[in-house]
Design a protein around this ligand. Structure first.
Ligand SMILES: Cc1cc2nc3c(=O)[nH]c(=O)nc-3n(C[C@H](O)[C@H](O)[C@H](O)COP(=O)(O)OP(=O)(O)OC[C@H]3O[C@@H](n4cnc5c(N)ncnc54)[C@H](O)[C@@H]3O)c2cc1C
Ligand code: FES
Length: 541
């Protein structure tokens, strides 16, 4: 948006899902795809595991088949534990299938923030945990012969501005205080995008996330473990005999790991310490020199860039334009802004992919990993921000150690029950005030135009016969009508135009147009409401 505001691009809205952008920068005129699709899911089809059917008893039950759940599962099964993993939809198609998979030890919020919140020794430990996670991913790849385009390469945190250059010097000083190996570079920076200065971190990495994760699922099954897809956990019972109650049966276990990206079992405690953001990505063919490395700029929200060879040529993958989930009505605008930013800096041809996903931001800058309730045997992990591939790996290792009664390799740094009140109070208050604001304000938000004027492919909240309705009109003109009351804690959902979903502004739950849960913490679908087809609701457009 910042770029568009400067008048760099001239945009023409073609239809609700398809956006034409005419760039005056390096890139050619190009369209955004009408469908949201990630290259990882597109190029690596799912193997397919059957749903749970009945009851099962194992040592460890894991809820969620992303990088956290699959890492913990393979490590526990290698340690001789019987493991059953349940996945609500398909494995590695949640955020781990939507990621851009920069593998970096450099934390999203920067080292200065970590030092302010935790002190320099703990900030260094956080860096070491991330670096160790990249090493462990590489070791697992070598051990299991996984082919996933894993590649070590340098990463650059860069600025285009003189003000940013001064701020980078402070971040450089913070890295030195914490003992993080980096260099402040002003000359000979790799292009093609303009950079005034950068912090260079060597030995970072990238990979194809699904080509890494799907072999782990198959190895788990070969080790005698179980993977159940299309099996949503409805409840984790945390009494003397822990169990996971699902749509299709129950798994009894000594320990349960909740690896659902956001906790779905403890609805309050952790939710107040995290905030849910949407982030956007595009994958475009590059028509000139490719950037060599991983890149993030210093804007807020920042942009992240890398390439991946797909179909015999480099795909430029650019992400950014984040916002609080459910708090941006015109989400298509975020894609347009991202494309504008990218085409001004890179020689872009066809945009083959566009997609978005969820980022869970912790108030103090580090993830929460461990116990989150009174139960000794229920474990969870959340709050990775934009470092979920490395922190998800850290979490998988930490949780597998803890379940086996071993020490936490990183001490109490990531403890889920921690509170860092002084340093993170501002973020805590800001994020929770936003939740409270939406809990109250959105109850009044009604579209005054009338449901009959709702165009195809659009959604809105309407009053129909004294009842508030979340209505979506599909491409055939059919209405899909639901209660707009989020099943988590009763905030009012908002329509996400670019993804055609209902997103909750309070704690980030998301639902499809038929009300099925896409992202937690909600575990229950939105209530379906039948609306009689009367002139009041019949389309007039
Ligand atoms: C666009 C984008 C770019 C990103 N870029 C990077 C990056 O460059 N580097 C980086 O390190 N991180 C990045 N991230 C973050 C990272 O991808 C995520 O933090 C990470 O994948 C989270 O892994 P996870 O295992 O916690 O969650 P997921 O991969 O989402 O797995 C959780 C699984 O739990 C399942 N589930 C949820 N509820 C239930 C239930 N009730 N029952 C059963 N199953 C359930 C979900 O369906 C899902 O499959 C990015 C994220 C996005 C969206
Ligand atoms: S996600 Fe908490 S109220 Fe909707």
């Amino acid at each position: 948006m910042k770029v568009a505001d400067k008048g760099i691009v001239n945009q023409v809205l073609a239809d609700p899902g398809t956006v034409k952008s005419v760039s005056s920068g390096k890139g050619a005129a190009t369209d955004l795809p009408s469908e949201s699709r990630s290259p990882w899911i597109d190029t690596r089809p799912a193997p397919g595991f059957a749903p749970l059917d009945g009851e099962l008893t194992v040592d460890v039950a894991i809820v969620g088949g992303g990088i956290t759940g699959l890492t913990a599962a393979i490590l526990l099964s290698e340690a001789g534990k019987t493991v059953a993993l349940v996945e609500a939809r398909k494995i590695a198609q949640g955020e781990s299938g939507l990621t851009t998979a920069h593998l970096t030890a450099y934390p999203d919020g920067g080292m200065r923030k970590l030092i302010d919140h935790f002190g320099k020794d703990k900030a260094r430990i956080a860096w070491e945990a991330g670096a160790n996670a990249i090493d462990r991913i590489e070791q697992l790849i070598v051990k299991r012969g996984i082919i996933c385009d894993f590649q070590r390469l340098p990463a650059f945190l860069y600025t285009e501005s003189a003000t940013g250059s001064a701020a980078l010097e402070d971040e450089y000083a913070a890295c030195q205080e914490a003992g993080v190996p980096t260099r402040l570079v002003r000359e000979g920076l790799p292009g093609p995008q303009p950079m005034l200065a950068a912090l260079r971190f060597d030995g970072q990495a990238q990979m194809h996330p699904r080509e890494y994760l799907l072999p782990l699922a198959r190895a788990l099954v070969r080790n005698g473990g179980h993977v159940f897809e299309d099996t949503r956990a409805l409840q984790v019972v945390e009494d003397q005999s822990p169990r996971v109650v699902t749509e299709h049966g129950v798994i009894h276990a000594r320990d349960v790991i909740v690896a659902t990206n956001v906790p779905t079992n403890n609805v309050v405690a952790l939710q107040t310490k995290i905030a849910h953001y949407r982030t956007y990505a595009i994958g475009a063919r590059i028509t000139g020199p490719s950037p060599q490395g991983l890149f993030w700029d210093d804007l807020d929200p920042y942009h992240y860039v890398r390439t991946h060879r797909i179909g015999g040529a480099d795909l430029l993958i650019v992400g950014g334009e984040d916002h609080r989930t459910g708090q941006e009505h015109d989400t298509s605008e975020r894609y347009r802004a991202l494309l504008a930013w990218a085409s001004e800096r890179f020689p872009i041809g066809e945009v083959e992919y566009r997609w978005s996903g969820q980022i869970i931001v912790p108030v103090d800058g580090l993830p929460y990993i461990g116990h989150n309730s009174f139960s000794e045997h229920v474990w969870e992990a959340t709050g990775y921000a934009g470092n979920g591939m490395t922190f998800g790996t850290v979490a998988g290792h930490v949780l597998s150690e803890l379940v086996q009664g071993g020490p936490n390799p990183w001490g109490d740094l990531f403890e889920a029950t921690r509170i860092t009140p002084v340093a993170s109070a501002v973020e805590y208050i800001k994020e929770n005030a936003s939740t409270f604001y939406h809990l109250v304000k959105d109850r009044l938000a009604i579209d005054p135009t009338g449901i009959h004027k709702l165009p195809r492919g659009e959604g809105g909240i309407f009053n129909v016969r004294m009842r508030r309705i979340a209505a979506y009109r599909d491409d055939k003109g059919e209405l899909h009508t639901l209660s707009p009351v989020c099943t988590h804690m009763k905030c009012i959902v908002d329509f996400n135009k670019a993804e055609k979903t209902w997103d909750c502004p309070c704690h980030g739950s998301r639902y499809d147009v038929d009300g099925q849960v896409l992202n937690g913490p909600a575990t229950q679908a939105l209530e379906k409401i039948e609306v009689p087809v009367t002139p009041e609701v019949r389309p007039t457009l």
